[in-house]
Design a protein around this ligand. Structure first.
Ligand SMILES: [Zn+2]
Length: 165
């Protein structure tokens, strides 16, 4: 039993860690034995506070989205005067996985948080995704395109790592 572990996270989620070969019934039994302890732990989770936090994130996105769209669309237009790439649409998303992306269908996606980054970083992300319209990879040709308008892209990529998506 020693290799089974149960963890409760501040948001009330709980995770059982067990070796791969453990039969499910052993894990179920372990959970049953731990149920009192688990309910005791869950009593300490402030679900109201979590709901308030979630709602405030949603409101933040709703308020930030249109502002972000106007800022980003402006920058896309500005930089595309040089590149003349064609694209379908710009989407503003609430995504934590990446700052921006470009699909094979030529849609540009940006996190709404891009608009609140320092200008040089916002511009770098816009240029980066624009260049993917031509080069859907991070090969040498892609970076040559980026370099045309953002010669210090390497420095900006480093700076970007200090910002939370
Ligand atoms: Zn990329």
């Amino acid at each position: 039993m020693r290799s089974l572990r149960l963890s409760v996270y501040p948001d009330g989620a709980f995770v059982v860690t067990a070796p791969k070969w453990y039969p499910l019934y052993v894990i179920n039994k372990f959970l049953q034995e731990k149920s009192d302890w688990l309910f005791e732990k869950l009593k300490n989770v402030d679900f109201h506070q979590l709901a308030v936090k979630k709602q405030s994130e949603i409101n933040c996105y709703a308020a930030g989205k249109e502002y972000a769209r106007s800022v980003i669309a402006d920058r896309v237009e500005f930089f595309n005067r040089r590149y003349h790439f064609s694209f379908n649409r710009i989407s503003i998303k609430n995504q934590k996985s990446c700052w921006g992306s470009c699909s094979a269908k030529k849609n540009l996606n940006f996190s709404y948080k891009v608009a609140s980054l320092p200008e040089e970083l916002c511009d770098y992300i816009v240029v980066h995704e624009l260049c993917h319209l031509q080069e859907l990879n991070h090969g040498q040709k892609f970076w040559e395109l980026v370099k045309m308008t953002v010669p210090n892209y390497n420095e900006l990529r480093r700076k970007l790592k200090n910002h939370i998506k």
